[in-house]
Write a new protein. Structure first.
Length: 215
């Protein structure tokens, strides 16, 4: 599991479609990230470097070199020094700053109605990522799809992830940003059938060259 930033550098002014970033990365499957360029909250780690350390507003999600998800709840890390030590101790490759945490330790978490981003109690398309077991992940979007006209609140998206058996789950940016890309094409129906350019994706890579992949 990896993260790709538009422009391949933190703070780039470039925004790209998730499908384009996924193709450029030769991703097998990808999902939108936290759209880090749109806000200045939480902890941002990219390629093991700490770029943003706003600790008190939102829950942060970390991904280790071993392929595990770790959480730091808002205010849990107390300083930049402690955050850097956490990154080093856990061999963190990158992080996400959106949330909240939906499931932790196999337990469904209660969503704070005052959580500062995501308009948690409103009905929107939603994206989330969950870990079912070691190196076993679940990507989910809830979107308008044909006659299926149900979007959801953040709490409902957490319930879906919990019922799927996730031991950990975390909310990603939603609305028109919500997208899963499979083999370079949008897999879900994006809001208004109009893909949105964004600043980052999460993706699962393959060592197989694109030319060798059998359709």
């Amino acid at each position: 599991i990896r993260r790709k930033l538009a422009g391949d550098s933190y703070g780039s002014s470039v925004q790209l479609y998730a499908t384009q970033m996924a193709r450029d990365a030769n991703a097998v499957v990808a999902i939108n990230g936290d759209f880090y360029a749109f806000r200045n909250l939480g902890v941002t780690v990219y390629q093991r470097q700490l770029y943003r350390c706003n600790l008190n507003a939102v829950d942060s999600c970390f991904f280790t070199a071993g392929g595990d998800m770790l959480f730091a709840y808002a205010g849990q890390l107390k300083s930049e020094a402690e955050t850097k030590q956490f990154i080093q101790d856990n061999n963190v490759l990158f992080s996400l700053a959106f949330g909240p945490v939906l499931v932790d330790g196999g337990e469904l978490k209660e969503v704070n109605p005052s959580y500062p981003i995501g308009e948690v109690d409103h009905y929107y398309s939603r994206s989330s990522i969950g870990q079912l077991d070691t190196l076993h992940y679940l990507l989910m979007t809830v979107n308008y799809e044909g006659d299926y006209q149900h979007t959801c609140t953040i709490a409902q998206s957490g319930e879906y992830m919990f019922r799927k058996g996730c031991q950990k789950a975390y909310a990603l940016d939603g609305g028109q940003t919500s997208i899963i890309v499979f083999r370079g094409d949008a897999y879900n129906r994006v809001d208004w059938d109009n893909e949105r350019s964004m600043s980052d994706i999460l993706y699962f890579a393959s060592a197989v060259h694109r030319e060798e992949v059998t359709p």
